[in-house]
Design a protein around this ligand. Sequence first.
Ligand SMILES: Nc1nc2c(c(=O)[nH]1)N[C@H]1C(S)=C(S)[C@@H](COP(=O)(O)OP(=O)(O)OC[C@H]3O[C@@H](n4cnc5c(=O)[nH]c(N)nc54)[C@H](O)[C@@H]3O)O[C@H]1N2
Ligand SMILES: Nc1nc2c(c(=O)[nH]1)N[C@H]1C(S)=C(S)[C@@H](COP(=O)(O)OP(=O)(O)OC[C@H]3O[C@@H](n4cnc5c(=O)[nH]c(N)nc54)[C@H](O)[C@@H]3O)O[C@H]1N2
Ligand code: SF4
Ligand SMILES: [Mo]
Length: 907
Amino acid sequence: MTDLGMTELTAAVRTTCPYCGVGCGVLALPDQTIRADARHPSNQGRLCSKGAALAATLDDATRLTRPLLFGQPTGWDQALQAVADGFHQTIAQHGPDSVAFYVSGQCLTEDYYVANKLMKGFIGSANIDTNSRLCMASSVAGHVRAFGEDVVPGVYEDWDEADLVVLVGSNAAWCHPVLYQRLQAARLERGTKIVVLDPRRTATADAADLHLALAPGSDVAVFNGLLAYLHATGKIDTPWVERHTSGLADALHATAESADIAAAAAQSGIDPELLAAFYDLFADTERVMTVFSQGVNQSYAGTNKVNAIINCHLATGRIGRPGAGPFSVTGQPNAMGGREVGGLANQLAAHMDFDDPDQRAALQAFWRSPTLAPKPGLKAVELFDAVHDGRIKALWIAATNPAASMPRADRVRAALAACPLVVVSDCWATDTTALADIVLPAAAWGEKDGTVTNSDRRISRQRPFRAAPGQARSDWWQFAEVGRRMGWPDAFAWRSAAAVFREHAALSGHANQGRRMFDISAVAGLDDAGFDAMTPFRWPLPVGATEEAGRLFGQGGFPTPDGRGRFVPTPYHPLPPAGLRLNTGRVRDQWHTMTRTGLAPALMAHTSEPRLTIHPIDAAAAGIQQDGLARLSTAAGETLLRADLRHTQRHGEVFAPMHWTDRFTSAGPIGRLVSARTDPVSGQPELKATPATLAPVTVFFHGLLLRRGGGALAEDCHWVRMPIAEGQMYRLAGLLPLPPDAEARDFAARLLGLPQSGAGETGDGKTGDEKTGGGKTGDWLEASDPRRGVLRIAVIFDGALEACLFLARDPAALPNEAAVIPMLGAPVPDAARSKILSGRIYDATATDGPRVCACFAVTRNAIRHAVVTQRLGTVRQIGALLRAGTNCGSCIPELEEILRDVRLPAA
Ligand SMILES: Nc1nc2c(c(=O)[nH]1)N[C@H]1C(S)=C(S)[C@@H](COP(=O)(O)OP(=O)(O)OC[C@H]3O[C@@H](n4cnc5c(=O)[nH]c(N)nc54)[C@H](O)[C@@H]3O)O[C@H]1N2
Ligand SMILES: Nc1nc2c(c(=O)[nH]1)N[C@H]1C(S)=C(S)[C@@H](COP(=O)(O)OP(=O)(O)OC[C@H]3O[C@@H](n4cnc5c(=O)[nH]c(N)nc54)[C@H](O)[C@@H]3O)O[C@H]1N2
Ligand code: SF4
Ligand SMILES: [Mo]
């Protein structure tokens, strides 16, 4: 990837990808293209499909560019004063706990530091929580219980050096693609074995040596069983355990109910032979790493899952050694940075503790703060409950979209609607900004300056390489301005992100003397030029350290009072039985609520709409067919999703992606249906196992709508929107029969984004004039066939196709999407007018279907076709022929899956 010339390299800005916690270094070139940074240790020149498509998301036109006060544009001064006054008055009347901040692992460390200082140190409440509560809270709690501090022991080099990697509740092939590629490369070299524990057969599971499709929530039983097995087979590293840990006997005691393989197999629903194979593999491999993510954290038993895993590593001493250890992969680009500044409601800054009076005093003295929050604040789910019942009366949300991403999202929306003051900082309009009283336009990635910390404790710079559009400003500046206006000018006086970073780094070393491992005081003295030039480094880096940190705890040295790592007893309590459970998570090419990735047509092509994956047996029981519309209901709400029947789905469970919001589908976010049951230790909600029911939905007509303008459709039908090169495409499903003729055309006109229908005549290819909203005259072409229930309308402005709509009772009567997409915005010669409504003005050369390779736009069908007809046998051969998989490599697991799939029938 480094075919860059010297001049390009010198002019390139080195920064870090804004998506996942892998933390890949990227180069922003002067022409605003994005390349992988070959020098960054986290990715060493690799990028995934999302990173590779970053340039396509640098779009000013869709951004928030001015502060909005009750919907009206205003200046920063008025907006900030309104926020400061609103918070000030609420606190004066109802006390500090009547206000709250809800922030995000997508804040830079500097943003996070300032928000946390303002709330905990000056407002004097700890009601600041973050979307990391939905993401990392169980790992944080598990680390603190086991190690005494929230510290990830491993490093990325372990991914190269392990002989066995166990991925628990992690779809790394899609969610941490560059680390996953690193693992695949190591596998070629050293034959690393891969075991995946996931109820679904994901892309990650597909490529594993062993996939254990465990029952949802049963991870604790599996790892309790493993601990008992290690004990029974004499695999405990007794000298290490005796020297460096405490509590093994109690932890073993708690494994009693899963202590033989048959019991653990029955509890987890895993075939006993496969489970035994996994236990043997783990027992016999020194270099074993257990990687875990949201299948572990987002659980009613998340913290126990984390500790059940860590227990097995402590018992074998396989921690902090090359290729060995528990490894929590972090989700967001700065999930770790948020933990370092104490962004969670139950933490203080710089890994200090609410429970430690000395640390509280030291922090208050360092901040010279009038008051320090005396006790932990409300955790996300409780926090929105408090907004709902009126205890919290002023809320500032930054860099997160809780109206879509929180469980029971409808309740969160009701809470925001009822809250007297809601401030939202975002870069784009979202489901949450729609409910704000004050909207603050935030500078986005590429415009912001600061630092992030990735999954292996590496702190990297984000550097600006473009101007923020309009008046958009950084979050740290917004919080500091409000702090100054609330009466603390000296405490919030910074003039740059560098100054904030220096204070944060200094605090990490303050009153520390080796008591807290998070210490980066060595960089507290960097001047602005030093901050600009800062290269990525791994913490701890205390004053005097000259080399970045590596693995931790290999020789013990845990930050507990007695220096010992702690076994935690993790008794297994199964989920209560449920007929069907709703599991939710991610797809490969979308990021969360899609505010950025939803702008790039190339990223839509892999998964173009949210589908509900159902096992064929469950689908048959509910009367649901492939591609049919299904009604999914839970105690929290209901929605409609198109069904995708797959054997990869575990029987008894359905899966829906978390990404789509009101802006992209009438179904809205799946978060509306998810229960808010939380883990009792971490407060993290269970987002992967909500009891649900299914029913089929009658679809009266199917439709395809293309138009230049975006936005939601107000009409009463099910729709999903996707960006295409020249505008937007919508797939429609009619929930009521099409109204009779003239009304049908009114309905069509509204869908097309035109004020009224009218002059057009029905009939093959006949033309009428159409007045449009902008006063322009468009030509309305129509070729409907009422007998077949077909309606086809095209609108032409200035000789080019402005919008078109196809409705039909039979989906087979709709034109091929790939053939229609290039028509939008394209000139329509007079001679072609009669053909346009057949959807055949351009030859349908593009192969239809989901796109597997985002970089070179290669579809699944094209790959299958080539594999079969050209007798391709390897990923390399596919790459040579179609280029698929030769750039970012994110699609390689799927190429392998296709190769296997095509080979299977023949075998
Ligand atoms: N493409 C993409 N990548 C991303 C993100 C994104 O939005 N898109 N977001 C980033 C963020 S913030 C995060 S947190 C990470 C999340 O990364 P992952 O955790 O890998 O992603 P998820 O899809 O949320 O969930 C992982 C898996 O947990 C499984 N699971 C569900 N229940 C259980 C269970 O009881 N036990 C076990 N063992 N597994 C279970 C699910 O079936 C799912 O396949 O991804 C990061 N990377
Ligand atoms: N059902 C279900 N729900 C889930 C999950 C799940 O697996 N299933 N996963 C959970 C997890 S792990 C996570 S991390 C969350 C993610 O959920 P969210 O944080 O709500 O998702 P994002 O879409 O990333 O929201 C970030 C918002 O910040 C804006 N933004 C981006 N950069 C900046 C910036 O620099 N400043 C400001 N002010 N705004 C910015 C974006 O436009 C976007 O609106 O979702 C959680 N919710
Ligand atoms: S793996 Fe992909 S999304 Fe994650 S940081 Fe790297 S390029 Fe960005
Ligand atoms: Mo996350």
